[in-house]
Design a protein around this ligand. Structure first.
Ligand code: KG4
Ligand code: ZN
Length: 332
């Protein structure tokens, strides 16, 4: 029989995306429309604008992805759509579209947790990556350490007690007047500054507490900005180093409790930061573990990771009913 083909849909935040992936991990097409320009005047994602933009963008992206792969809907075996967590209006657009396609074409639907998309994306990038692995999931909405044991099988070792790491980057960018989206702007500015120029806290490091915290760091950045003593570049570099020190300290602690893992893995938008990647790579090497990070485009939101999570779930029989709800909150 021909290889199973999965159509993936993503619409949980400010990217609309459609992708076609085969069950053996080939990316046959991936299309993405970002809403950055629509949200830029507001300095952040406006849910109502996002939902309307998803409605306009999604169907043409699906058509384009099918054309890229020289396919029609009849060639698709499984429909996978993000069902949460995220902005509910956007999530509903993608999930309802997925349900309609699944119903019309008589194909199974898989409701994918967006976080599972990120969590399994490293296996799409590197087919040799085996379960279980330790995952640092760092995005705009989440900052977690997870034991990934298989599709649908996650043990959370740590989460953030306040802001997510990406959120801290975005808020710092706003404080520094670097605009939206913040992470890449802060990384650019940081490259021109000194990481030791501004004394900033490293919340929770060296404590027995397993979790992350970034709110105190954000407040310290605000005070540094208001003091007028430092350049934007020095604040950006010092902030980025403080985040990295926190990520590394917490991840090192989790590695101590992770016997039998095959690799240290990073995923999510913040994993697009090259200094974050380099620090994690060094940590993995110090523990004699392989380090796996998806390519940059697969770290930030996309539909290939949703299609792939659908492929992994389909392979173990995790299929959903068309009554499955959209969920604004949905822990892994
Ligand atoms: O995974 P993602 O695309 O969306 C969510 O599911 O949240 O992650 C977006 C987050 C944003 O907070 C963005 O500022 C951050 O990832 N980000 C970065 C970089 N690129 C994206 N943070 C630091 N450095 C980057 N280069
Ligand atoms: Zn994401």
């Amino acid at each position: 029989a021909a290889m199973t083909i999965i159509l993936g849909l993503e619409s949980s935040c400010d990217e609309t995306a459609a992708a076609l992936v085969s069950a053996d991990g080939r990316i046959l097409a991936h299309r993405l429309a970002t809403q950055e320009e629509a949200h830029r005047p507001y300095g952040g994602v406006v849910p109502e604008i996002a939902a309307r933009a998803h409605v306009e963008a999604l169907s043409p992206l699906i058509a384009a992805a099918l054309t890229d792969a020289k396919m029609t809907l009849a060639d698709v075996d499984v429909i996978a759509a993000t069902a949460g967590p995220g902005l509910i209006g956007g999530v509903m657009v993608g999930l309802v579209t997925g349900k309609a396609l699944a119903h019309a074409a008589g194909k199974p639907l898989i409701a994918v947790n967006h976080l599972e998309g990120h969590a399994l994306s490293p296996r799409l990038a590197d087919p040799t990556l085996q379960f279980p692995y330790l995952l640092l999931l760092v995005s705009g909405g989440h900052c977690q350490l997870l034991h990934v044991q298989g599709p649908g099988a996650y043990v959370r070792l740590a989460t953030t007690i306040d802001d997510a790491a990406g959120e801290a980057f975005d808020k710092t960018a706003k404080l520094l007047g670097l605009g939206y989206p913040g992470g890449p702007q802060v990384e650019k500015a940081a490259a021109l500054g000194h990481a030791k120029a501004v004394p900033l806290p490293r919340p929770l490091i060296h404590t027995e507490e397993p979790h992350f915290s970034f709110a105190g760091l954000k407040s310290a950045v605000m005070r540094a900005v208001q003091s007028g003593q430092y350049t934007t570049e020095d604040i950006a570099a010092s902030f980025q180093q403080a985040v990295i020190d926190c990520l590394i300290d917490r991840t090192r602690r989790a590695l101590g409790q992770s016997e039998g893992i095959t690799a240290l893995v990073v995923a999510g938008g913040v994993a697009a930061n090259s200094s974050v990647r380099a620090a994690l790579e060094a940590l993995a090497a110090a523990h004699d573990l392989p380090f796996v990070a998806p390519p940059l485009w697969l770290c930030t939101d996309n539909a290939a990771m949703i299609a792939w999570a659908g492929a992994e779930r389909y392979a173990v029989g995790l299929i959903d009913d068309l009554t499955v709800p959209a969920r604004p909150r949905w822990p892994l």
